[in-house]
Unconditional design. Structure first.
Length: 346
């Protein structure tokens, strides 16, 4: 073991960077393990020992290719465990209160939209095309407080939709199919944040948008945080370079585990885990020193999590893997001021 490195059992993954944030974490994910049960009774460990905390005013980026466990982790962070998804162990807490162990009805009424809210990837797919935007937004408020009268709802919707840069009267009286993609995404963000949630999970919110609209949506999310409407945010994506402009810290996820966690600069420009480097190298990037680089695909496929894995989960695809990588478990350890899951990282 070289100087500056040490093995760690678990990683605090503290994303605090902004001055003035509160002392206590808004979101705590503690050694979370989630699994699916197939119709044949096989257990698939989709999230395996993930831990991190998030404080007010922070944005944590989580990156990884399809199938790495991001969506399952999102379900866990919302407390939305619907069979065949189950918790193996661990906990998720918002402002110190556990989200797990609640009934589905309790989760929908007390957690979703109020404590944790999600901005989904497909805006149009999340909006009922047969109902007007105003009715959809009103349902969000009424689902949590049935005593709110229509006048109060109308005033609140008008104020909030105007605040996010929309013509409130026109948009609220429109059907989703009548709106352009960028406006639909703003509508989804508006509805998702109506109750001022403590944590917003943005699940690839810009993937279906053009570059200029992507920039506008990200700026809107920043504005909502500046205004205190959003307390903190998880930004989920498979486009690692995008996080350079969004988050202060990044967690790279592979096969249900975090394999590297560090500052944005560390992960983007100086990744120490072979998968981090491979993921970054597989994408086009406009960052300095990377503009002329041609993307290189990652050979192979992620492992089948229904089968036991003795060693490093990336070993079969890793260009620098050694024999011992496939035989022994790779714990997270501190390497060059970030956490890395690789015994040979330096």
């Amino acid at each position: 073991m070289t100087a500056g490195e040490e093995d760690v059992e678990t990683s605090p993954f503290d994303t605090r960077q902004l001055a003035g944030t509160s002392d206590g974490p808004v979101l705590e994910v503690d050694d979370l393990r989630l699994h699916y049960v197939t119709r044949f009774g096989k257990r698939v460990q989709a999230v395996d020992g993930v831990s991190f905390s998030l404080r007010e005013g922070e944005i944590l980026g989580i990156a990884g290719e399809s199938g790495c466990g991001k969506t399952t982790l999102v379900s866990g962070c919302m407390g939305l465990l619907i069979p065949p998804l189950f918790r193996s162990s661990g906990d998720v807490r918002v402002a110190g209160e556990s989200l797990l162990g609640k009934t589905l009805e309790q989760t929908r009424k007390d957690v979703l939209g109020r404590k944790v809210s999600m901005i989904p990837q497909g805006a149009l797919n999340s909006l009922n095309p047969t109902r007007k935007v105003g009715d959809l937004a009103a349902d969000m408020i009424l689902s949590h407080d049935e005593s709110t009268d229509r006048q109060q709802i109308a005033e609140r919707l008008s104020e909030r939709f105007s605040r996010i840069g929309l013509d409130a009267r026109a948009v609220l009286d429109s059907y989703p199919v009548q709106l352009p993609a960028g406006t639909k995404q703003r509508v989804v963000i508006g509805i998702s944040t109506l109750l001022n949630p403590k944590v917003v999970i943005a699940d690839e919110p810009t993937s279906a948008l053009d570059v200029s609209t992507q920039k506008a949506v990200i700026r809107l999310l920043f504005d909502l945080m500046d205004q205190g409407i959003i307390a903190s945010m998880l930004f989920i994506t498979h486009e690692l370079p995008l996080l350079r402009h969004v988050s202060s810290k990044i967690a790279v996820m592979y096969a249900g585990q975090f394999v590297e966690f560090g500052t944005t600069e560390q992960v983007i420009f100086d990744g120490r885990q072979p998968y981090t480097r491979a993921l970054m190298g597989s994408m086009l990037s406009a960052e300095r020193g990377q503009r002329d680089r041609k993307p290189v695909s990652i050979e192979g496929a992620p492992p089948n999590l229904a089968n036991p894995i003795a060693g490093c989960r990336f070993a079969e695809r890793c260009p620098v893997a050694r024999e011992d990588c496939k035989a022994s478990e790779q714990p997270l350890r501190l390497v060059a001021d970030r956490h890395v899951r690789c015994n040979h990282a330096q």
